[in-house]
Design a protein. Structure first.
Length: 205
């Protein structure tokens, strides 16, 4: 099949993308690493000794950042529906976070440890129908929030990707009901045309 003009334009943009080139040079699996790095520099999310759960982790660039920041001291668990190449210092799980079996296995691996940081970069497989994709994205964000509310330590924090549009304000209100502090972050590595932003929440009420 002959590539469309749109796919050619995307491929050209991707190949010449500053963050794509930087990720390749610095050994990160995806440009998304720089989103977490920027937020971490600003908000000091990660430090050695923490317990961190990375939801929607594949291909693993956020978990690579977590592993570097923990420096061999702490626990990092990465979960995704897709298989992931192992990452030193990270306990990698393959499973569907929306499936109770995967959630139970995650709980088993955590044991009684309170979680210091829940990261969720989850996004649904796109159907092409904007309203359906938006609803699916917020369904995943709600699942991540339920887990964070259940397992976060009192001082723990929650970083979750969402998309501006229907459901955005309702989700923010839900966060504000649970956390004392809720901020919006739009890292430079997020493409300008993308509606994705990240909520950073902390200080459980």
């Amino acid at each position: 099949m002959k590539p469309s003009k749109t796919s050619k334009a995307w491929l050209n943009e991707h190949v010449h993308d500053h963050y794509v080139q930087r990720a390749r040079n610095e050994g990160f699996r995806a440009r998304a690493a720089y989103k977490l790095l920027e937020i971490d520099e600003r908000d000091r999310l990660l430090r050695p000794g923490m317990t961190v759960v990375d939801l929607g982790a594949a291909p693993g660039s956020w978990s690579q950042v977590v592993s570097q920041r923990l420096a061999g001291n702490g626990l990092a668990i990465a979960l995704d529906l897709l298989p992931m190449v192992p990452i030193p210092g990270v306990d990698v799980m393959q499973g569907d976070f929306a499936d109770d079996m995967a959630l139970h296995e995650l709980e088993d691996r955590l044991g009684n440890r309170p979680v210091d940081l829940v990261l969720s970069d989850m996004a649904p497989n796109l159907s092409g129908v904007a309203s359906v994709d938006q609803a699916r994205a917020f369904a995943l964000a709600e699942l991540a929030l339920e887990f964070a509310e259940l397992r976060l330590a009192p001082s723990g924090r929650f970083l979750v990707k969402v998309f501006q549009g229907a459901g955005f304000d309702d989700y923010r209100r839900h966060l504000n009901e649970i956390f004392a502090k809720v901020a919006v972050r739009k890292p430079k590595a997020s493409r300008d045309r993308s509606s994705e932003v990240y909520f950073l929440a902390g200080g459980r009420k």
